[in-house]
Design a binder for this molecule. Structure first.
Ligand code: SF4
Length: 290
């Protein structure tokens, strides 16, 4: 039987991550010291590369005395941004324009008296910043079960927005659960990023057509984990790897058709390394059989 390797339509950096890495690299060529609060993108290998060029990854803004802070593509709380500016520290803002759009909506809707419900992971930096942009009457729910527990009633005006990397299915389940509470008004803003959505759809399709699915990306990357969930829903033979060294031989022994996809913060060169290693292993497998 012939063996095949199929790459998802979209792999490598998304527009927002490409932009953030480019802005950080340009800053590192001009100024120093340059800091980022946590990882600038959720990919260890890329962050390690930026650190070698001089980026200092810090856990708290109190660790900066002078220099420049690069805000990650996930955005940063307005309170933290103004406290940084007050201390005379420059900011390079790489917040993805799609995340900025969600932030604007959160702030405006909260300002107009709506309760703002954010569908997402409360621990994720993008969601933490969105909460601070709304500032009041804001709730985070990860799914419809949590949405059902929200204390909203017929006197509430409610706006729902999404973390940019959520799945449309989960978002719509939450919206339905909130609508069932019959608030006075319900306004829904689908702030899911098209890139994240199309990667999920493509990964879902590919995982139905192959017998092994490899998702390449950071274990701390929300969109990469979501891709794994999407693939696992179709096949138990779906694995998340950060580098080519994690590919297990026995996965390939069982597979004839292999699909590869990647998170939005995975560089092209890492996808290429994974492809190369898989092709080499398949070559060995074919040689043994012949
Ligand atoms: S996944 Fe979408 S929202 Fe997130 S950084 Fe990339 S383009 Fe922006």
């Amino acid at each position: 039987m012939s063996m095949s390797v199929r790459l998802a339509k979209k792999t490598g950096f998304c527009f927002g991550v490409k932009r953030a890495v480019r802005m950080a690299e340009e800053a590192l060529m001009k100024k120093k010291p340059i800091y980022s609060l946590g990882s600038i993108i959720h990919n260890k290998q890329v962050v390690r590369g930026l650190s070698k060029k001089g980026l200092k990854v810090i856990g708290s803004i109190n660790n900066i005395k002078k220099g420049v802070l690069v805000i990650s593509s996930h955005g940063l709380s307005p309170k933290k941004q103004s406290s940084i500016v007050k201390r005379g520290i420059d900011i390079i803002d790489t917040t993805c324009p799609f995340v900025l759009n969600a932030q604007k909506i959160a702030r405006r809707q909260a300002g107009e008296g709506y309760s703002v419900v954010i569908v997402g992971d409360a621990r994720h930096p993008e969601v933490k910043a969105l909460v601070d942009f709304a500032a009041k009457n804001v709730y985070v729910v990860k799914d419809k079960a949590q949405a059902k527990k929200l204390r909203l009633d017929s006197s509430d005006k409610v706006s729902v927005i999404s973390q940019t990397t959520q799945s449309k299915g989960n978002f719509s389940d939450v919206v339905k659960a909130i609508a069932a509470k019959r608030p006075k008004e319900l306004v829904v803003f689908n702030t899911i990023c098209e890139d994240a959505d199309s990667r999920q759809k493509d990964a879902a399709k590919l995982s139905r057509e192959v017998d092994l699915m490899i998702v390449v990306g950071g274990r701390n990357s929300a969109n990469t984990k979501r891709l794994l969930d999407v693939c696992r829903a179709n096949s138990p033979e779906a694995y998340l790897i950060e580098t080519e060294s994690e590919i297990e031989r026995n996965w390939l022994e069982r597979a004839n058709a292999i699909g590869i996809t990647s998170g939005a913060s995975t560089p092209d060169w890492m996808v290429e390394k994974v492809m190369k290693k898989i092709n080499a292993k398949l070559h060995n497998k074919r040689s043994k059989k012949s």
